[in-house]
Design a protein around this ligand. Sequence first.
Ligand code: ZN
Length: 688
Amino acid sequence: MVHFTKRMSRGCSLVWLSGLWIAGLWGQNPNQPVLPYSPSLNLGSMERSVDPCVDFYHYACGGWQKQNPIPPDQASWSVYGKLYEDNLKFLRGILEEAGKPASGRDTVTREIGDFYAACMDEAAVNQRGISPVRPQLDAIASLKSTKEIAPLVSRLQLAYGEDLLFSSGSSQDPDSSEQEIAELSQGGLGLPDRDYYVKDEARMREARDHYLQHVQKVLQLAGENSPKAKQDAATVMRLETAFAKASLTRVEQRDPYKLKHKMSPAELTQLAPNFNWTAFYREGGYPKFAVLNVEEPDFFKEINSLLASEPIENWKAYLRYHVIDAASPYLSSNFVDENFEFHRKYLHGAKEQQPRWKRCVSYTDHNLDDALGQAYVAKVFSPELKASTLDMVERIERAMELRIQGLDWMSSETKEQALAKLHGIRNKIGYPDKWRDYSPIKLSRDNFFSDIQGTTEFESHRQINKIGKPVDHGEWQVPPPTVDAYYDPQMNDINFPAGVLQPPLYDPKTDAAPNYGNTGGTIGHELTHGFDDEGSQFDAKGNLRNWWTKEDREKFDSRTKCVRGQYAQYIVVDNIHINSALTLGEDVADLGGEILAYMAWKDATKGQNLQTTDGLTPDQRFFIGFAQWDCANQRPEDLRVSAVTNPHSPPEHRINGVVVNMPEFANAFSCKQGQPMTKAPEKICKVW
Ligand SMILES: [Zn+2]
């Protein structure tokens, strides 16, 4: 759902259910796959013929890239993605056991088992065809004027969790972070970003052509004749293009002040009077509220004027297409196939559809995350693992404290505020203290679509019901098996789900050097997000408040400018450069994180007599461990979407772009001035 500020994560994209890595812990049942152990430093993943001083990423990951071609059902492949795949296989075992209709299953087992079994019953899903969405299509067909649109949009948003026209939900008050308020934000697009509608580049024009064809096909599958579907597709494109033009860019959305427009419900009605907000909120069962945040008022003004200028028939075409497209993954195979053809194959370059079981495992993890999460952490996250990773987190935080205290460019006034913010950070490790109860949902083992809608509506209501209540600091935004971590600026917390604290990312069997390089870097990355160009605008309590002196902020900005200039030179794919105004926060976090990890590692191992192993010094092993968190292959199509939408730089630049700024790296590999991985001292970027 919506959040005023977006979560800032380590991984390229947060895939639901990314991360069970359970080596040997689930061995009792011979039918359960046992996952191979993989160390946090893998010599076989290296390509030693590459000179680390010329291209460190390919030196550390070249072997991995050769041994791991992208599977046909994937758009990209990486260490994280591979974990995801192994975990899917593992979870399949849990779910197939849970799905056997034995008596005496406990509640959680029955919930996840029935949901999965219903999804796997493809014959029943195919037999229903498009009928599950008929009631909603009928409701759209019966609309008589644009005045009636609001309550229906409200119902459809709840049922699909989609940003139909726009997005609505709850968020922390930017000025008073302990309070949840209502929020509205831009949305309504079918292509991955507003740029796809407004840019006159060949690849964008091509994507628009394919999108028109896709919309037409979807409408024809739903029974429209070809000329009508073609005309409707043009209407959908025209409306969405108007939405896109009124939308903020991704770079603009990184400025939290551009997203803060608090108002009363009466002011919202003044802003966009053609939409019946009272009916919208009443129909959705929203609690009464006195204040909401409208992230992009101009977007809602545009919706308002379109409601006056566009006849109801055009809105019906828009709603019809989006309802069917959102429902397609859960409908019969003709809809599933067309959905794959456009979204995953054309846009991201995947060659084949994923087998059904993979999709069903993912849906279960996404829609019943805490239920499946419980089954997971019981097996994989021991108290010892929690204690050892918490120790690492605390050491990285101490490194940050020393770093702040030692900065020669920052005044003591700002330092005091920065330290207060650091000390205010909550560390969340593994999984939530309290599990969500799904028992109010009526789940059935023979109606997959109704299970999807039931669980989606449950989550929509849960989000909406936060409005007017104090913030729950125990809540997580991702399921425990996720292979990713995040920082939330309004919560001022760093979150490391159990899935990201498993080998080969965190490997209790290996020594500290690669573990600090890898997981230490992840911890440092999330911590640095609290102090990147965006996160640093929030204070210790998570309020949007400037705690910097003017002079210090200017010095900080000139430091981030160095990073921005560096990454702007790198190519993503073809001749497309990194949009480094978009990736700046992540690039700063990557650099800061690795510097902190290195400091913390040195401190944790001081006085120890560290030895060279496999011909690699401890310092070299630290840096190789770092690089190997992000070994990856990516299809060019996927890279092209990433170039527009992904706030993270491509893997090779996330590694090489960091080490060039660390003289410790050049020392470790005896790199010389003039070599590509060695920057002249005066050109080195350092933010923290
Ligand atoms: Zn990040």
